[in-house]
Design a protein around this ligand. Structure first.
Ligand SMILES: [Zn+2]
Length: 439
């Protein structure tokens, strides 16, 4: 379908829907029209919130129109409400896994999240959990300090010595920093391996590619800016030391089979093959982000089942970084425990954003329970300032995606089945609340 044609068709159909107040019952607005309205509202909201439009590769004139007329927030909200009303319901009894049903439910929920973001930008305040439910369709569980303490006690045994655990951890990690002049070759090797592992399972569009840039002075550690045409720009923040495990994390999360593949498959299957224009825009503060971050994080396990990551790191990345390969297993054991503390990061964000604790107390909490160095913890609180409850998308997102894929036969000794379910999820418009395990 030719994108430019949609503008006129949409105007005509929206006008017909808006005037349908006579005796005849209003017909639901066709989904392509709702989708076009949704894209335009996301672009309009982007004029009020610089981070909101994370990617857009639809008709360029829609973006120009949004820039030329800064639509007031109240108007954006009213139009979103009108679209939700006009879209009707999916056919009764339809298969909930059918793509057209998923599309319907997805667009409605994305529009509701857009309305929540409008309320936030208009001055409404939400608690952390209210906000994550409204924007990301999910609420992260609260874990007890006791559960973190069990993991910290295990770490104590792996990192014996005097002084606070975080200082011992920092000292231990110094041996695993990748020198700046080796970053390029280490990341290149990791990206090549992740791509090689993804290709047999995901049919990637011809010409897909990305470039990597090293940047500074950001509150995030890495970012994928999807450009459309199956291309991504991946930025890596070098403000803080980069440890060897970041190579596989970043190559999988930002690249293969993470964000780059996710965006490329949405562009191919939904936007180009079906003409579903909503796929051409990515609203950052929306349920889509939980799926994006959750698949990007779970994708690491999909690409490297069992101990394959350790083997690859030990045999390829440690030597490329000039690090001692015989310490790879030790480092991997420590990192696996630190990963178990990820929910402590959510708790710090929840308390900080609910104004129960100040920045200094949040830094101390992250240092104590999430094993972040004070510098990293400070960077993380700035991430909380910028992205707020977005933090749940990484760890809760991963857990929900993992649970979903594994409940559909992707668990255990069948990596091919796991890939199949994973790739299907990447190319479909599924919501976080739609990740309930299959019974
Ligand atoms: Zn990400």
């Amino acid at each position: 379908m030719k994108p430019a044609a949609w503008g006129l068709a949409a105007l005509a159909l929206v006008a017909a829907g808006a005037c349908g107040s006579g005796t005849e019952p209003a017909q639901p607005t066709p989904m392509n029209v709702v989708a076009e309205g949704y894209v335009k509202l996301v672009l309009a909201l982007g004029q009020h919130d610089a981070a909101y439009v994370d990617a857009y590769y639809g008709p360029p004139e829609w973006k120009t129109q949004a820039e030329q007329r800064k639509q007031p927030l109240a108007e954006i909200d009213a139009e979103a409400a009108r679209l939700i009303d006009a879209m009707g319901s999916p056919p009764a009894g339809a298969d909930p896994d059918d793509l057209t049903v998923l599309r319907h439910v997805y667009l409605r929920r994305q529009l509701e999240a857009l309305r929540a973001r409008v309320r936030m930008l208009s001055g409404a305040t939400f608690t952390f959990d209210e906000e994550s439910q409204a924007l990301y369709d999910a609420v992260a569980p609260v874990r007890s300090e006791f559960s973190f303490q069990i993991t910290l006690t295990e770490l104590e045994t792996l990192l014996p010595g005097q002084g606070p655990l975080i200082e011992r951890y920092d000292a231990f990690r110094k041996d695993f920093i990748v020198a700046p002049d080796r970053l390029g070759r280490v990341f290149d090797a990791a990206i090549a391996e992740c791509r090689k592992r993804t290709l047999p399972h995901a049919e990637l569009p011809a010409g897909e590619t990305f470039t990597v840039e090293f940047v500074t002075k950001k509150s995030w550690s890495g970012y994928n800016w999807y450009q459309g045409n199956y291309r991504s720009l991946i930025q890596v923040n070098t403000d803080l030391p980069i440890y060897i495990d970041r190579a596989v994390d970043l190559a999988c999360h930002e690249g293969y089979p993470g964000h780059h593949v996710y965006n490329a498959l949405l562009e191919k299957h939904l936007m180009r093959d079906r003409g579903w224009v909503e796929a051409s825009v990515y609203a950052l503060f929306s349920p889509q982000s939980l799926i994006a971050e959750g698949t990007a994080n779970y994708g690491i396990e999909v690409a490297f089942p069992g101990d394959e990551r350790l083997v690859f790191e030990r045999e390829v990345l440690f030597p490329a970084a000039g690090l001692k390969a015989d310490r790879a297993a030790e480092y991997s054991r420590v990192q696996a425990l630190v990963d178990q503390l990820s929910y402590a990061g959510n708790d710090a964000a929840r308390r900080y954003l609910n104004k129960e604790i100040d920045r200094q107390a949040a830094i101390e909490w992250l240092t104590r329970f999430a094993m972040m160095s004070p510098a990293r913890a400070e960077q993380r609180t700035r991430f909380f300032d910028d992205y707020r409850s977005y933090v749940i998308n990484y760890n809760l997102g991963k857990d929900l995606v993992k649970q979903y894929i594994e409940s559909r036969g992707g668990a255990g000794a069948d990596p091919a089945r796991r890939w199949q379910e994973f790739v299907r999820l990447l190319g479909s418009p599924r919501l976080p609340s739609g990740l309930r395990p299959a019974s």
